[in-house]
Design a protein around this ligand. Structure first.
Ligand code: 2BA
Length: 109
C-alpha cells in the first residue's frame, strides 16, 4: 500500500479529484497553505496499491499543468527596522508536488 500526497493548485483540484475518482481510486482533499506564497493550495491524499501508483501519477501529470504567475510577497527589509515591504516575483504555479509514501498498515476500524 502507498500513500500519494499531492500538493496542487486550487484551480486544478476539482478536475483532479473527479479524474482520480472516475479511475476508481479514493481521494481526500485538504485545504492547505503554501509556506512561500502564503496562499491557499490543495493537498490530496490517495491510498492505492503499489501497482496503481504510476496510473495516479500520470493522471496528476495530465491534469495539473504548470504556468507562470507574478505574485506579490512580503519580504523583510535588511537592517534593524524590521519593516516588511511587498515585492513581486515570478513563480511557476500549477503542476503538482508529489510525495509517495510507504504505508505500513491500512485498516478501517
Ligand atoms: P509555496 O511554498 O507557496 O510555493 C509556491 C511556489 O513558489 C513554488 O511552487 C515555487 O515555484 C516557488 N517557491 C517556493 N519556495 C521558494 C523559494 N524559497 N524561492 C523562490 N521560489 C520559491 P512549487 O514548487 O510547485 O510548490 C507548490 C507548493 O507545494 C508550495 O507552495 C508548498 O505548499 C508545496 N511544496 C513544494 N515543495 C514542498 C516540500 N519539499 N515540502 C512540503 N511542501 C512543499
Amino acid at each position: 500500500m502507498k500513500l500519494i500526497i499531492a500538493i496542487v493548485h486550487d484551480e486544478d483540484a476539482g478536475d483532479l479529484i473527479d479524474t482520480i475518482t472516475e479511475a476508481g481510486h479514493m481521494v481526500t482533499k485538504l485545504a492547505t497553505t503554501g509556506g512561500f506564497l502564503k496562499a491557499g493550495n490543495t493537498t490530496l491524499l490517495t491510498g492505492v496499491k503499489k501497482e496503481e501508483v504510476d496510473n495516479v501519477i500520470s493522471i496528476i501529470k495530465d491534469t495539473c499543468k504548470r504556468r507562470k504567475q507574478v505574485v506579490s510577497t512580503p519580504s523583510p527589509v535588511t537592517g534593524s527596522t524590521g519593516i516588511y515591504v511587498p515585492y513581486s516575483v515570478e513563480v511557476e504555479v500549477g503542476g503538482a508536488t508529489v510525495f509517495v509514501v510507504d504505508v505500513d498498515k491500512f485498516m478501517k476500524v
